[in-house]
Design a protein around this ligand. Structure first.
Ligand SMILES: [Mn+2]
Length: 584
């Protein structure tokens, strides 16, 4: 790593650059980039999903948030790269840090392809965009992935979606819109692929005008029948297919006003459009909000895949408990593999929705723990085991965390387990007026922890895509202010936690659907329907910490879990689940 950074510094000296800013993203501002674009990992060794790197001639620093502090400290040890903490009260973000170092005179080089226009424009001094800046130092750099492209049926046709988008453009007096976010393109075209691990996306750009649809997609090596069939369906509907790299020629071919979302448009493309004199209308892509509100077909699919996913989870937890009871040595990795196999047997399974976090004892204290393949810790009696996982299915996406006691647990573990579940339930039970922002509900999940001066360093909830990204905007439930109002049809996670470094971690996560809850003189009311179906461990609870309504919620939920899942489970697992879901 030190060698790679020194190579970069040699180039910086030759070019007279004061700093190079490297982001952990791709030309589409994806949260999870393909291997080709894991520049931060390649330069620093840090494998966390969020991190940006700044290299100057005498300093190298990684900026990341509390989810990754412990991991970053471990992975950066000995690299000479300093950790800069974000989402802490005294944070100094990259633009401000650069400003302090170089004032307004700095020469800041970036790979404009892999940086959002919004972020690049927030940098002080002169920003120089060098596409594929790290390419020359990276001979073994992976190619852009091209996986089979297939169509999905979410109950709304491409034609309907295009009509809606064109009406939006007319309202904004724009001739076209350039879509750069991969999940927005997949949503609009009803297509999926596996170009990015865990994310069923096609690496591409899409231009939609009043009378044209141009899809810039890698197709030079497409030989598989699935992609060919997909491409011919789209072409028959008037979608023009163009080579991915031809996006460079787009600016010179445009006429009329173009709508762009600078949050997902890369800086290089943005600069090309500006240089070509294309009139831009900047705003948030309307698809972001529209796809967050699931239609009836999508909601039905999500309900169904959660029954399937719950069956896999119960089979898994049964296997784990029986295996440990029998004295078998099960590692965290073995458990993750077992769960993956159980999901793979389900109809419509298309892969996991993220890398399973399978963590026993101290490992669970890292909210984004990476389960090691080799020498993984053994799941032993006398501690908490945490498993955060999810599946991608033809008809939806899941994300669930369960924490289970293995053998006897301490009083503190019991208390933490209960208080986190109390917070989880309090959010799940929420009834709130129409127009409420997700961030207003965040305190419901934290209050039981705050009362005993405990907290957790990640958001309480994130939006979830429909057979798309497991993290999907624009909604969330977290302390940061977010102007997105919760609407019926939105799906989000409810996942409070608690983490004690070197000791244990607890997280309880279900997915919730926002539903109508009636209307009265005070207005229209909303509430949540829990989609996830899997029991919590009542044996690990300190019942005196739960109030009547929380216990009622838990008992009703458990009854629903049992009634829904048991008919489809083998007798011995159904009987076991009956015990697990007994009212407390
Ligand atoms: Mn989640």
């Amino acid at each position: 790593m030190a060698e790679r950074i020194e190579l970069l510094r040699t180039l910086m000296r030759a070019k007279g650059w004061d700093a190079v800013v490297v982001t952990g993203s791709d030309p589409h501002c994806s949260e999870y980039p393909a291997e080709r674009w894991k520049q931060v990992e390649w330069l620093s060794g840090f494998t966390g999903e969020a991190g940006d790197l700044v290299v100057t001639l005498d300093h190298a620093g990684l900026w990341t948030d509390p989810r990754y502090f412990i991991q970053a400290e471990q992975q950066l040890a000995g690299t000479g790269i300093d950790l800069h903490k974000t989402r802490v009260p005294d944070q100094v973000l990259i633009p401000e840090w650069l400003e302090r170092q170089f004032g307004a005179d700095g020469l800041i080089a970036v790979d404009g392809l892999c940086m959002g226009a919004d972020f690049a424009q927030s940098l002080p001094g002169t920003v120089i965009s060098v596409p594929d800046l790290l390419g020359p130092f990276w001979p073994e750099r992976p190619a852009i992935p091209q996986t089979p492209v297939f169509t999905v049926n979410p109950g709304e046709s491409r034609r309907e979606k295009l009509d809606w988008l064109r009406a939006f453009l007319r309202g904004r007096e724009c001739d076209g819109i350039l879509l750069t976010a991969l999940d927005e393109i997949a949503w609009l075209l009803n297509v999926r692929a596996s170009d990015i691990e865990y994310n069923p996306l096609v690496i591409s750009y899409l231009l939609v005008t009043q009378d044209d649809v141009c899809w810039y997609v890698l197709k030079d090596e497409v030989e598989d029948p699935e992609s060919k069939a997909t491409f011919s369906i789209l072409e028959s509907e008037g979608v023009r297919l163009l080579p991915y790299a031809d996006i460079d020629y787009l600016p010179s071919e445009l006429h009329g006003r173009l709508f762009v979302d600078a949050a997902t448009l890369n800086y290089q493309l943005y600069t090309n459009l500006i240089t070509a004199g294309v009139p831009l209308e900047e705003g948030t892509s309307p698809i972001r909000l529209r796809k967050a509100v699931k239609n009836a077909t999508e909601v039905a699919g999500m309900r169904d895949v959660h029954v399937q996913d719950g069956l896999a989870m119960e089979r898994f937890l049964y296997w784990l408990e029986r295996s440990v009871d029998a004295g078998r040595e099960i590692t965290e990795w073995d458990a993750a593999v077992k769960l993956g196999q159980l999901r793979a047997d389900l109809p419509g399974y298309r892969g996991d929705s993220f890398e399973t976090i399978s963590a026993w004892g101290p490992g669970a204290a890292l909210p984004h723990y990476i389960t090691p393949h080799a020498y993984a810790p053994v799941i032993r009696e006398g501690g908490l085991y945490l498993c955060d996982s999810g599946g991608q299915y033809d008809r939806g996406t899941t994300d669930i965390t369960r924490t289970v006691p293995v053998g006897r647990i301490s009083a503190l573990e019991r208390e933490d387990y209960t208080l986190v579940l109390k917070g989880h339930i309090d959010l799940a039970m929420a009834v709130f007026p129409e127009g409420t922002h997700g961030c207003r509900l965040d305190a419901l999940a934290r209050e039981p922890l705050w009362r005993s001066k405990r907290n957790f360093g990640h958001g309480t909830g994130h939006g979830v895509g429909w057979f798309l990204g497991v993290h999907e905007g624009p909604l969330d439930v977290r302390q940061n202010l977010n102007p997105t109002v919760l609407q019926p049809g939105m799906i989000l996670s409810d996942e409070p936690g608690i983490y004690r470094e070197g000791r244990h971690g607890v997280r309880h996560e279900n997915l919730l659907l926002v539903v109508e809850a009636g209307q009265n003189d005070f207005g229209r009311w909303l509430a949540f329907e829990t989609l996830t179906l899997c029991h919590f461990e009542t044996d690990a609870l300190e019942l005196s910490l739960l109030d009547r309504s929380e216990i009622e919620w838990l008992n009703a939920y458990h009854e629903r879990v049992y009634r829904t899942l048991s008919p489809q489970l083998p007798r011995e697992i159904a009987d076991w689940l009956r015990e697990k879901t007994r009212a407390v």
